[in-house]
Design a protein around this ligand. Structure first.
Ligand SMILES: [Zn+2]
Length: 286
């Protein structure tokens, strides 16, 4: 019998609010049949997998579950309603190239500057779609929508973007499949993205935060503009983790700090934009 338990009004309101928030987190937002990537309305919807099917099969997670929106779900069932055009363009311009880039990295063949940019944009796209489901896609960036960020060539902030990659020697038996998930926890802007996928740990970050990257990772900074020789392979990441447990643990830990640093900068830039002080906006154009 708990009816004698008196709950203060303020506490009741907090619980109601938390429940509402929880329901919103569990249920993907569907604002007026609008695509979360291009923001167009009255679209023809299609289902984009949270993680591509080839990666799900590669990591063996088609036989297990992943944690998403507070539930453990089979990754093949985790789909997002985006418009058919965005889905097709992402597939044509990012997904097919990224699959090859992934294979080259994993087998030690290395990547070029052009491929490094595609990797950055694949990370932004894949993490960004999941981010927009649990946040307002209006807040994705104050310059681009998700489709533009993922499909446009990177603008004048190109030379400020770096990637950190570490290969993993072994998938330890504590994993039922191989790892597949993001570790970044941004509140506002999505420049910083990190995650571990099969035997590769990846982080995309602003180069000013390079000191925060653990020594397990090899680092590559994009050329400040695309070059004619940008197709030549120049980045050959090494094995920096013995096991995927180490890789996931360290990537997750440093991602907390890196997410916070990038968030703080994003909030600072928004403040500067509101005050019409545009020096840093011109520098980064986030
Ligand atoms: Zn769209």
């Amino acid at each position: 019998m708990v009816s004698g338990y008196l709950m203060p009004g303020i506490l009741m309101r907090c619980i109601k609010f938390d429940l509402l928030k929880l329901v919103m987190l569990l249920k993907p937002l569907k604002p007026q049949n609008r695509c979360i990537c291009c923001r167009k309305t009255n679209i023809k919807k299609s289902k984009e997998h949270l993680f591509p099917q080839w990666l799900i099969k590669k990591t063996g997670t088609d036989k297990t579950t992943i944690q998403w929106l507070g539930k453990w779900l089979p990754p093949l069932s985790c789909t997002l309603p985006i418009c058919e055009d965005c889905n097709n363009e992402f597939n044509k311009k990012l997904e097919q190239s990224f699959q090859k880039i992934f294979s080259d990295l994993e087998s030690g063949r290395g990547i070029s500057d052009n491929e490094a940019e595609l990797l950055v944009r694949w990370m932004w796209k894949t993490y960004g779609i999941a981010w927009c489901v649990t946040n307002s896609s209006d807040d994705y960036t104050h310059t681009y929508n998700l489709r533009e960020r993922a499909l446009y060539p990177i603008n004048n902030m190109r030379g400020s973007i770096s990637i950190a990659i570490s290969l993993i020697e072994n998938i330890d038996s504590s994993f039922s499949g191989a790892p597949m998930g993001f570790d970044s926890v941004n509140n506002k802007d999505c420049i910083f993205v990190s995650g571990v996928f099969s035997k590769i740990a990846i982080m995309v970050f602003l180069d000013i935060f390079v000191e925060e990257i653990p020594s397990n990772f090899c680092i590559y900074r994009l050329f400040s503009k695309r070059e004619n020789f940008g197709y030549i392979k120049t980045f050959y990441p090494k094995v920096g983790f013995k096991t995927c447990t180490d890789a996931v643990g360290i990537t997750r830990l440093c991602s907390i700090r890196l997410s916070e640093l990038h968030d703080n900068l994003a909030f600072e830039l928004i403040g500067l934009a509101q005050n019409k002080i545009s020096k840093k906006i011109i520098d980064y154009r986030i």
